[in-house]
Design a protein around this ligand. Structure first.
Ligand code: NAP
Length: 315
């Protein structure tokens, strides 16, 4: 008999049927995927691994013998806070296709800022015909904060497109063509030199509020910001203040403290903010399901648990 793998999606997710179909197809040779609500008591107690997507913690707690959970998302800050510290190990989704998609988004919105699109859009609204000085990509320095799976792919794609790229991470990296900085002291030189900053760090105790009034002061006058990571990494009130006094020129925000962004949020109407509805790198069910299936097959056949998050480090 094939082992049963519980699937524990977010309660109100309308995508759960697509996921359940793609996961079942990817796993069908060696396991059966069952929605958590359809499990028998025996299946609940027998489950060593579950597939989760922003699950209700009570649904995970009802699987008492879990050794690890496979998240369908790359960001797992909610799981980290909602599952007990001695709970199952958390494996986040690391999909090369997602890194490709994110690097495409970073390039697209960097070009949007590089080619002054927000400014020309404003000019159109006011019927203003005015050309602005054009820099080459090499004359534009882009600082990528976070050089993990998504940040390093994005930094490399920017570099391949001619931008001057700086990168920053906890431990200093060695990436061809990219000047890398590491540790808390490495952030300031990146802020000081970047025309465009791209945020791709995870949300942890250390990165919550990482960019606020003091950090914006270090930025170049009229620098722009792209946040494709998580909303609370940026102090949004400080960001608005920095935009309002022209310390920063524009912010592209894909992620927010509260999502969906409430209709009454002043961010929607701010001329110097581009609001995106968390679309920079959605999980692609077809490729992600194959990665999840590989992880589960290796666990079932060899007992291997994939790389999992470090609960102390927070990612
Ligand atoms: P990752 O592979 O875990 O990489 C995280 C990077 O951030 C690493 O380079 C890490 O440094 C660095 N970092 C962590 N804490 C730091 C700190 N305190 N100071 C400096 N650097 C720090 O993560 P990933 O797969 O690239 O994903 C990054 C984030 O993107 C996710 O956590 C998620 O929140 C977000 N995301 C957003 C979307 C979207 O659609 N908007 C989609 C997917 C993911 P080290 O290299 O030294 O460890």
């Amino acid at each position: 008999m094939k082992p049963v793998i519980p699937f524990v999606p977010e309660a109100n997710s309308h995508e759960k049927d697509v996921w359940q179909r793609d996961l079942a197809n990817a796993l069908e040779a060696f396991a059966v995927v069952k929605h958590v609500s359809d499990l028998t008591d025996r299946e609940r107690s027998g489950a060593k691994v579950a597939i989760v997507a922003n699950p209700d913690p009570a649904d995970v707690a009802a699987l008492p013998n879990l050794v690890w959970v496979q998240s369908l998302w790359a960001g797992v800050e909610r799981l980290m806070t909602e599952l007990p510290p001695d709970g199952p190990r958390i494996v986040r989704l690391a999909d090369p296709q997602m890194a490709e998609t994110m690097s495409e988004a970073v390039l697209a919105w960097t070009l949007y800022l590089h080619r002054d699109m927000p400014r020309y859009r404003m000019q159109q609204r006011q019927a203003v015909w005015q050309e602005h000085f054009l820099k080459t990509p090499a004359e534009r320095t882009v600082g990528v904060l976070g050089l993990g799976k998504l940040g390093s792919a994005s930094a490399q794609r920017l570099s391949a497109n001619g931008f001057t790229v700086l990168g920053w991470s906890r431990s200093e990296k060695d990436l061809a063509g990219i000047k890398c900085f590491g540790g808390p002291q490495g952030l300031i030189p990146v802020l000081e030199q970047s025309d465009i900053l791209v945020v791709l760090t995870p949300l942890t105790a250390e990165t919550r509020g990482m960019l606020g009034a003091a950090e914006f002061e270090y930025c170049k006058k009229n620098a722009a910001l792209i946040n494709f990571a998580r909303g609370p990494i940026i102090d949004v009130d400080a960001l608005r203040a920095a935009l309002d006094r022209d310390q920063l020129s524009h912010a592209v925000l894909d992620v927010f403290d509260e999502e969906p962004l409430p209709p009454e949020s002043p961010l929607w109407q701010h001329d110097k903010i581009t609001v995106l509805p968390h679309i920079s790198a959605p999980t692609i069910t077809s490729t992600a399901s194959k990665i999840v299936a590989d992880h589960i097959r290796q666990f079932l056949t060899e007992g291997t648990i994939p790389d999992h998050v470090d609960r102390n480090r927070g990612y």
